[in-house]
Design a protein around this ligand. Structure first.
Ligand code: GLN
Length: 498
């Protein structure tokens, strides 16, 4: 894959590569170069991706061009916060010059007309794009098994799913192929795969990062965010992509804070609320024990720890699957092979629609379109969509009340460690429950981070999630940085690829 596979300075591929901040600092100070960092990343992709399957496509030539341009900018004295950082981009974001297919047959060969705003901001900050990361088709799923192209495997155990829908991004980061990646999160698709793969994933406040150039799934929920190996690394990427954008009318005009300073600040003075509803019966024993460890870690980091209730959190899955499917059915109406995608033979327009959509969409996407169309149908609108929207507003009010008592809310990221490939493919409803802890923040538009919090008895990663009030990213990063330092988990190669 890599046209120049030479690995720099004889470091073994199984060693941990430098993270985002360390790579950028090395390139900025000219101790290394963007080209060298890219060579390292491509050598790792060559060695590991045959087993992991994180990338749909790698573009060494384009990437080397970008890397050389970054080295020239550094030499010219430009200050680049992500200088030379090799990154994976989920396949639902526009990167000019590459395809963006959402891992769907219906978008095969689609070449976007421009960079997504998040992507152009990464470029401006000096990042280098290694390739397109695999995902569940149109970001619908929790295991990346809905990709129409390939499976992605969990680097900790190659028989298990990496989570989804940003499973390619999370697996690429966890296996050390790239120090950072972009994912998108509609109901948990950054946080859940990050937790399954033992890395950090952050979903910003709705409106914080422009959605321009992100292929829409559910427009009132979709957000782009970083996946990286440390909280500080995630903060660096987030800061680069956040902020107002005239190309997205839902992007907020508020200026992002200083997330890296927040990470360093610590948890002293923060009131951390553990979500009561998450500890209800049925919580996996290991997950529950792991959450207790996080509680103690927050206490020893100097936070004030208490319990907090969000009474409607348990309704979030039901609300989410009505709202997200309704929006998806509307957003996906545009795929008819007239404007996008391969055109099947047909004698009239109706046949063209039927043929292209029958062949182009996979089973999960069809299921969502049917569900959403039903929920929006004239006779059922009030009973389903209208009701879900009212319940969503009430859930947001619950959070507003809870945040009068606490600065951040903590709950698990995933109800159980990554499951086996194939285990839930025949049971969509059980699959939907993977998102039980992530959808509440999505519905309320809150910033939320997932960070590694330890391992199950079988050695699989577990994750803890920290939620903040809208636009309080700094509190989330402060709490996450403190927890990460307190837990001090080793930064080792996952055993599936180590
Ligand atoms: N797993 C959830 C779903 O299938 C969330 C997906 C996402 O956040 N994109 O809808």
């Amino acid at each position: 894959m890599a046209s120049e596979p030479a690995f720099p300075r004889g470091r073994p591929l199984t060693s941990r590569p430098a993270g985002v901040v360390a790579t950028a600092d090395g390139v900025r100070s000219r101790r290394s170069s963007a080209e060298e960092a890219l060579r390292d990343a491509l050598a790792r992709v060559d060695a590991l991706d045959g087993r992991v399957g994180a990338f749909l496509e790698v573009n060494p030539d384009l990437a080397f061009e970008e890397a050389r341009a970054v080295d020239a900018r550094v030499a010219a004295g430009e200050e680049l916060p992500l200088a030379g950082v090799p990154m994976a981009i989920k396949d639902n974001m526009w990167v000019a010059g590459r395809q963006a297919t959402c891992a769907s047959r219906i978008l095969a060969g689609f070449r976007p007309p421009a960079d997504a705003t998040a992507v152009s901001r990464l470029r401006a900050s000096g990042a280098v794009f290694v390739g397109r990361a695999n995902m569940d088709e149109f970001a619908m799923g929790s295991s990346t098994e809905n990709s129409s192209i390939q499976l992605t495997r969990n680097p900790h155990d190659l028989d298990r799913i990496p989570g989804g829908s940003s499973g390619g991004s999370a697996a690429a980061v966890a296996s050390g192929m790239v120090p950072g990646a972009l994912g998108s999160d509609t109901g948990g698709s950054i946080r859940q795969p990050a937790a399954c793969c033992g890395v950090v994933g952050f979903k910003p406040t709705y409106g914080r990062v422009s959605r321009y150039g992100l292929v829409a799934f559910a427009s009132s929920l979709d957000q782009i965010g970083p996946i990286a190996r440390s909280v500080e690394d995630a903060a660096r990427i987030y800061r680069a992509i956040a902020g107002p954008d005239p190309l997205d009318s839902t992007s907020s005009s508020r200026e992002p804070g200083d997330p890296e300073a927040a990470v360093a600040k610590g948890a002293a003075g923060l009131t951390v609320g553990f979500l009561e509803e998450a500890q209800a019966e049925g919580l996996d024993g290991e997950v529950s024990k792991n959450l207790d460890d996080a509680r103690r870690a927050f206490e020893s980091a100097g936070a004030r720890v208490k319990s907090v209730s969000v009474p409607r959190a348990p309704d979030a899955i039901a609300i989410y699957y009505v709202v997200a499917s309704a929006e998806a059915s509307s957003n996906l109406a545009r795929y008819d092979s007239v404007r996008y995608g391969p055109r099947p033979p047909a004698t009239d327009l109706a046949e063209l629609y039927v043929e292209s959509r029958t062949r182009g969409f996979g089973p999960e996407v069809k299921r969502r379109i049917l569900l959403g169309t039903f929920a929006l149908a004239a006779g059922y609108y009030e009973a389903y969509y209208g009701r879900a929207m009212r319940a969503r507003a009430l859930l947001s009010e619950d959070f507003d009340r809870a945040f009068r008592e606490v600065d951040v809310i903590v709950c698990p990221s995933i109800p159980a460690p990554a499951f086996r490939i194939g285990e839930k493919t025949d049971d969509p409803l059980t699959m939907y429950l993977s998102d039980i802890f992530t959808v509440p923040a999505s519905l309320a538009g809150l910033p939320a981070i997932s960070l590694p919090s330890g391992f199950s008895g079988e050695g699989l990663p577990l994750g803890v999630q920290i939620l903040g009030p809208r636009f309080a990213e700094d509190s989330v990063f402060a709490a996450a940085g403190a927890l990460e330092r307190e837990l001090a988990l080793p930064d080792e190669m996952p055993r599936g690829v180590g």
